[in-house]
Design a protein around this ligand. Structure first.
Ligand code: 13P
Length: 330
């Protein structure tokens, strides 16, 4: 059995990142319907098998995050997903939060991510099914009055309780505080908010004695809002993002960014620009949409286009793996 620290280090190993394929049943269903595919459990299964079985995926992907439904499904040959990808040299992970729900006392529709009740029992079961790591996402919206201090504190506390429960269960937690790109705000405002949010997360992790060498941090990149017409360069995003991250101690196992709705190309360019900056922890990807959207569009539910979907995923994985391999070279 690998230790938490060994698993975390493997997740952010040089030249590799994590594939987020853990859309909830609702989100995955609407993405399938958007490309004309019936939203059935079998089609969700086929799509996740397509992604997971992409030839040579483990060259650039260290782990894949699934949702509960997928972790209980099997490849067409009957092998459960966790065992199938483990055999391919990829760590299976599980999204364990129950989603972002309205936060009583929060401002302007703020949310709290739920799912703590019964979590230790669920984690024990997921460990038994083969999950090596888990994911929990907290969401923060930049607005005139948000994120509020209450929402920042409540979500940080939930992230820390989740992380502590994961480590107690022998599962590496991906800790994901996501400051959304929605809005017209500047990159400077995103930097301020991201710094405050991450500081609260660090405090709560420390209070519950979470081992930072046994977690992977999954933050947003620091960028302007998607309604702001001035798009920052990759170098500006990289500099602003790393400046915020510098508050994390060197023992943190690594940072694996979400893509947050950025185009696949922009997410990769930003990730590459970050490799030029020396940091004590690796900076890699844990993208969802920036990896899988091209695959979904290439496949569109057709058996004869599975190889096209896999080729589209492989292209994005190769581009991002090449970007992170430039660490120390730029
Ligand atoms: P995106 O890269 O699409 O933001 O998804 C990553 C993720 O896992 C969100 O929780």
């Amino acid at each position: 059995m690998s230790t938490l620290r060994e698993i975390a280090a493997r997740m952010v190993a040089p030249g590799k990142g994590v594939l987020a394929a853990d859309e909830s049943i609702g989100t995955m269903s609407s993405r399938l319907e958007n490309v004309g595919v019936d939203a059935t459990a079998e089609n969700r299964r086929i799509y996740r098998e397509l992604l997971s079985a992409t030839p040579n995926l483990s060259d650039g992907v260290s782990g894949i995050i699934y949702c509960d439904e997928t972790l209980r499904q099997t490849f067409a040959d009957g092998t459960p997903f966790a065992q199938a990808v483990h055999a391919l040299g990829i760590l299976p992970g599980i999204k364990v939060d129950a989603g972002a729900k309205p936060l009583p006392g929060g401002l302007d529709g703020e949310t709290i991510t739920e799912g703590l009740d019964g979590l230790p029992t669920r984690l024990a079961e997921y460990a038994g099914i083969g999950a090596a790591f888990a994911k929990w996402r907290a969401v923060y919206v930049i607005g005139d009055r948000t994120p509020s201090a209450g929402a920042i504190r409540a979500n940080a506390n939930a992230l820390a309780r989740y992380a502590a429960a994961c480590q107690a269960a022998g599962i590496v937690p991906i800790v994901e505080p996501e400051v959304l790109m929605d809005g017209t705000h500047s990159i400077e405002r995103c930097a301020e908010v991201t710094a405050v949010v991450q500081a609260a997360v660090r405090e709560e992790l420390a209070l519950l004695d979470v081992d930072l060498a046994g977690i992977v941090l999954k933050p947003n990149m620091v960028v302007e809002g998607n309604g702001n017409t001035e798009q920052s360069s990759p170098e500006a995003v990289a500099a602003a993002t790393v400046e915020v991250l510098e508050a994390w101690p060197a023992e943190l196992a690594g940072v694996a960014f979400l893509s947050g709705g950025m185009s696949p190309e922009r997410a990769t360019a930003n990730l590459e620009a970050m490799q030029a900056i020396t940091t004590p922890w690796p900076l890699t990807f844990s993208f969802g949409r920036a990896l899988v959207d091209p695959a979904l569009k290439a496949w569109v539910g057709k058996d004869e286009r599975i190889a096209d979907g896999q080729a589209a995923l492989a292209d994005r994985v190769d581009a991002n793996a090449a970007a992170v391999r430039r660490r120390g070279e730029l």
